[in-house]
Design a protein around this ligand. Structure first.
Ligand code: NAD
Ligand code: DAU
Length: 350
């Protein structure tokens, strides 16, 4: 039986990837390795946790000895690496945590894979999941392509850029069979409510201010999380070794327009008068070094592997709101004392 290791599988995107792999590959054992930080939540995987081809491994990718031991014990055939510190604002407050997990953690996985695969790399694959933020910030025009020069500008994106470089270095230097993808902003069920869309949904529901950084003119390219998971599955199976694939939603929104759209959906779902939720919009101090615009050209993935986003944003945002409103318990479990403390520190002084 083939064995695939997915790291960060208890997080937002990782949980959708684990579910897809467990369901699509009943004859492959899927190992979900996660240390369960504040962002990791096994409740995300309740529906598949009893499947015979699913195993959870609680481990920290920064623990070199443990990672080496697990690779020797389980002899994974493939790795899909998503574990990371993922929130830009947290990286501004505590860069070192990002350096440790995103850079050192990735190197530990690369070394462990290299050591168990060194005599035979056939059919092996190390797939590193990265972000469009490594390319920096766009002006009004243009799109990120796979050969756009790296220009990361936050501690988060710098740590992801470093890990991308190291993954490529292991391909060129040691012949490790790697593939990388860089995706735009994801949204959908199970996203931790520190990120813009679920944070705004919660605040609208609870009649709290919706914090908009700066003038709300920054632009992001939004992709429904399941479309990202489908792209990951495709690239894992068919992506060319040593290559990078960009993944995006062809769906650019300024933050303020996106929040207005979300407010309309929330008014409808909560039976509020039109315009009521939008009254909660509150402009706050901008994020330090706030990247202006991200937008991805996914032509390579679309033309070479035949991927395309399946959902229009108008449909995806309604599905997302429906999920959050129907899953109050999931939400309440997450809104622990720790989250309240983070929220106070992050927003009280803005
Ligand atoms: P997330 O924060 O929701 O989940 C991260 C997961 O990694 C959590 O389950 C956490 O417990 C785990 N983790 C963190 N540190 C760990 C460690 N030291 N050892 C083991 N596990 C650890 O993140 P996400 O939004 O699902 O992002 C997943 C990946 O996709 C990241 O690599 C991120 O850079 C990338 N990405 C995210 C987006 C996005 O919009 N969210 C877009 C493009 C790329
Ligand atoms: O582009 C891919 C990246 O998208 C991923 O690599 C990151 O892991 C993911 O967190 C996301 O980064 P962003 O910084 O773009 O996402 P976030 O949801 O934090 O913010 C989206 C936009 O909304 C950004 O311009 C900042 C703004 N914002 C965010 C928050 C949390 C606000 O205006 N108010 C807020 O309270």
């Amino acid at each position: 039986m083939k064995k695939i290791l997915i790291t960060g599988g208890a997080g937002f995107i990782g949980s959708h990837v684990v579910r897809l792999f467990v369901n699509n590959y009943p004859d492959t054992q899927i190992y979900n390795l996660d240390v369960l930080t504040y962002a990791g939540n096994l409740e995300n995987l309740k529906d598949i946790e009893a499947k015979p081809n699913y195993t959870f491994l609680k481990a920290d990718i920064t623990d070199e000895d443990l990672i080496t031991k697990l690779f020797v014990e389980y002899q994974f055939d493939g790795v899909v690496h998503l574990a990371a510190e993922s929130h830009v604002d947290r990286s501004i407050a505590d860069p070192l945590a990002f350096i440790k997990t995103n850079i050192l953690g990735t190197v530990n996985l690369l070394n462990a894979a290299r050591s168990i695969w060194k005599d035979n790399m056939d059919d092996k694959r190390f797939y590193h999941i990265s972000t469009d933020e490594v390319y920096g910030s766009l002006g009004e025009t243009g799109l990120f392509i796979e050969t756009t020069s790296y220009d990361p500008r936050s501690p988060y994106s710098s740590s992801k850029a470093s890990s991308d470089h190291l993954v490529r270095a292991y391909y060129h230097t040691y012949g490790l069979p790697v593939v990388i993808s860089n995706c735009s902003n994801n949204y959908g069920p199970n996203q931790f409510p520190e990120k813009l869309i679920p944070l705004a949904i919660n605040n609208i529901k609870n009649n709290k201010p919706i914090p908009i950084y700066g003038k709300g003119e920054n632009i992001r390219d939004w992709l429904y999380v399941i479309d990202h998971a489908v792209a990951i599955d495709l690239i894992y199976r068919e992506g060319k070794l040593g290559e990078t694939y960009n993944i995006g939603g062809i769906n650019e929104w300024t933050n303020i327009d996106l929040i207005h759209k979300l407010c309309e959906v929330m008014d409808d779902k909560l039976d509020r008068e039109k315009g009521e939720s939008a009254k909660l919009i509150t402009y706050v101090k901008d994020r330090a070094g706030h990247d202006m615009r991200y937008a991805i050209d996914s032509s390579k993935l679309m033309n070479e592997l035949g991927w395309e986003p399946s959902l229009q944003f108008e449909e995806g945002i309604v599905k997302t709101v429906d999920w959050y409103l129907a899953n109050e318990e999931w939400n309440n479990n997450i809104l622990s004392g720790d989250y309240e403390k983070y929220y106070k520190e992050q927003y009280e002084k803005r």
